[in-house]
Structure formats: C-alpha cells, structure tokens
Design a protein around this ligand. Sequence first.
Ligand code: C2E
Ligand code: MG
Ligand code: MG
Ligand code: MG
Length: 282
Amino acid sequence: GEAKETNQLCVHYFEALSTRANELANMTSKIKHAIKNQEFELYLQPIFDARADEVHGAEALIRWPQSDGSFISPDVFIGIAEQSGLILNISKWVLLETIKHLAQLKAAGFIGSIHVNLSTKDLESPEFYDFVEELVTNDPSLSDFIIFEITECAMMTNLEAARSMMQKLNSRGFEFSVDDFGTGFSSLVLLRELPVSQIKIDQSFIKDMLTQIADYAIVESTLFLATRLNCKVVAEGIEDKDLKQTLTSMNCDYLQGYYFSKPVNVNEFIHKYANEEKYRII
Ligand code: C2E
Ligand code: MG
Ligand code: MG
Ligand code: MG
C-alpha cells in the first residue's frame, strides 16, 4: 500500500524481500503448510515485576520447530508472513492458543496477563477486529488478561489504521504496549496520538546502558517521560544482575530477559512460574 512505500524507516522486514524472490515464494508456501499442519508452538517468556520481585505476566512468542530440532526464527518468517498476508492467520492462531492456555494458567495460579504481538496487517484488518470482538464478547474478562504489543514501526506504517483499531479495541477494554520503543524514529508522536498504556524499551538501549552514557540517558529519560504520561515501562533484554538492580533502582516497573528466563513452552512456564509460591524469585 501507499503508506508502506512512503515509510522508509521501517526497513527490517523488507530487507529479506529484496534478496531472493524464489526463497521468498518457498518460504511463503512453507508457512501456509505450517499453519495448516499446526506446526507452530506457543512459547512464553515471563515478565517480572521489578519491585515485587515476582512474575507479573508473560510475552507470547511464536516458535516454529523443524524436523531436525532447530527453529526458524520469527524474525525471519514473521516478516514474510506480513508480506504474503499470512500474518493474520498467525496472529489469530497465537491469540486462540493463548486463550486456550489461559484457563490452564489460571487454574495453576497464574494471575498475570499475556502480551500478544500484533503486526501492521492486523491493525488494517476489519476481519481481525471482528475476530477479537467476538472473543471478548464471549468472555469479557479477556481484555484483562491480554495486552497487545505493537512495535513503533508497525504503528507508524499506517498511523490512521493503528489509531482506529487501537481506539476500538481500547473501548473494549484492551491495553497496548509500544514494542521496541525508541527504534522507530517516531516514538514521541505515538505517545501523543495513540492510546498506549505501556512502553517496552528496546533491548538495544538496555544492553550497554551501564557503560554507554547515551543509552543510559535515553533509558532514564524514557522512564521520566513514561511516569509523566502515566505509562508503565518494561525493560527488554535484561541479561544480568547489574542491569536488573540498576533498572529496579531507577523505578522501572517490569523487566524481561534471559537473566530471568528465556522463552519456554507453556508446560515449562506453568511448572516454573504459574504457581504463586513458585514464581516468587526472591
Ligand atoms: P519482540 O516482540 O521484541 O520480542 C522480544 C525478543 O527478544 C524475543 O525474540 C525474545 O526471545 C528476545 N529476548 C528476550 N529476552 C532477551 C534477552 O535477554 N536477550 C536477548 N538477546 N534477546 C532476548 P524472538 O522470540 O526471537 O522474537 C523476535 C521478534 O519476532 C519479536 O520481537 C516479535 O517482533 C516477533 N514475534 C515473535 N513472536 C511473534 C508473534 O507471535 N506474532 C508477531 N506478530 N510477531 C512475533
Ligand atoms: Mg514483543
Ligand atoms: Mg521488543
Ligand atoms: Mg523486536
């Protein structure tokens, strides 16, 4: 569409495209096949409450296991699914799979919410809205347990579609988190224009913030801005204790990263984190 062509700043999904058209066509039919044959798996990565030092929620991350035991990275196939329109089916699958496991998670004692990633195509799709609207009509509590994550890039690719979809879903109780905050060149506009209640600071700012003064300053300023805007902040990519302690002392609300846990399959998540006794990590 027009919006996509004029948006020169969101290039990462399109880089793969310019390479090999054949490979792209192959991958597209592989994804179709995978959807039909239920090859995808839902993984969950816990998100910790920095102050309470316990699991607060989790991010749903799709996994595509291959017969040789490896995984194709979502960074590879999500972009291709976007281009071919298959992303809608993937988003619906992730949402249904999340809902299916929510009952199990709740039964095990989990009281947090699950973050589900959406793409531009979802935001542009009336069919996607109808799908979610039917789910939340059937179970009005759903909007308390699902948070939608949308990257800045996805919001900016079609700002009007994002605004309209987000407002409609927001009026049905859903909240939104800006994913990869700071990487999209339009971060501040989004905070002013869209109903956003949470910011996820991209891991590229977190990673070196203890040694790079510019990264530290960006994280510090984002936390200040978020507080003034009544937004919660998640720091992504926490890989060690120093980062955890620093961000906790800076009053960052939530932390996510390998230091706490890699994404794990739902059974492992339930086993390790769903039970209230277990998920305290003090
Ligand atoms: P994202 O939404 O920003 O997700 C965070 C990514 O960072 C995940 O990669 C996660 O495994 C990784 N991560 C978490 N903690 C750490 C850490 O401490 N260090 C490092 N180096 N990485 C960490 P993953 O699962 O490979 O997903 C990559 C991207 O693919 C996601 O970025 C998201 O944009 C997309 N994606 C994944 N699952 C879905 C999905 O179900 N739907 C959609 N639309 N996109 C998805
Ligand atoms: Mg995300
Ligand atoms: Mg992110
Ligand atoms: Mg990302």
